[in-house]
Ligand binder design. Structure first.
Ligand code: AMP
Length: 124
């Protein structure tokens, strides 16, 4: 079992209603909320409600209904925040594991926009 989910992570607590969040959009399988420490004018996190550690875990093991709902929610958040269709663009990031420097071990994608974000990676 390569994936071990820790249900005490902060996003699990948000999903259980133990910690507040600034919700952008909630659907059957997905929650989108503003990042508590935004790094751009638009900085929304999108998470599945299911217990998935990281993107590869979700991509390999989530149901088709969860995957479709998650992906459509990303699209809707892009529309709602104005970065998406016809907007000035955005960056979608999902950090995973140690080399990806993932801080919260519950899958999340960052939607970042509202300013020019520079090059994708700095050297070193
Ligand atoms: P990562 O490094 O990809 O795991 O990113 C974790 C993100 O979660 C960071 O951008 C944090 O600012 C954000 N974060 C941590 N706690 C909260 C919280 N309670 N509500 C919203 N965002 C949070």
């Amino acid at each position: 079992m390569p994936y071990s989910y820790d249900d005490q992570n902060i996003f699990a607590k948000i999903l259980r209603g133990e910690i507040p969040n600034n919700t952008v959009l909630e659907t059957e399988h997905t929650l989108a909320f503003n990042d508590i420490a935004p790094q751009a004018p638009v900085h929304v996190l999108v998470i599945p409600k299911g217990p998935y550690v990281c993107y590869d875990h979700f991509a390999l093991e989530a149901s088709e209904a969860e995957i479709v709902d998650f992906t459509r929610t990303v699209g809707k958040v892009c529309e709602m925040t104005g970065v998406g269709p016809g907007g000035e663009g955005f960056r979608l990031i999902s950090n995973a594991g140690e080399n990806g420097v993932q801080e919260v071990p519950h899958l999340h994608v960052h939607i970042l926009g509202g300013r020019n974000l520079g090059r994708m990676l700095q050297k070193g």
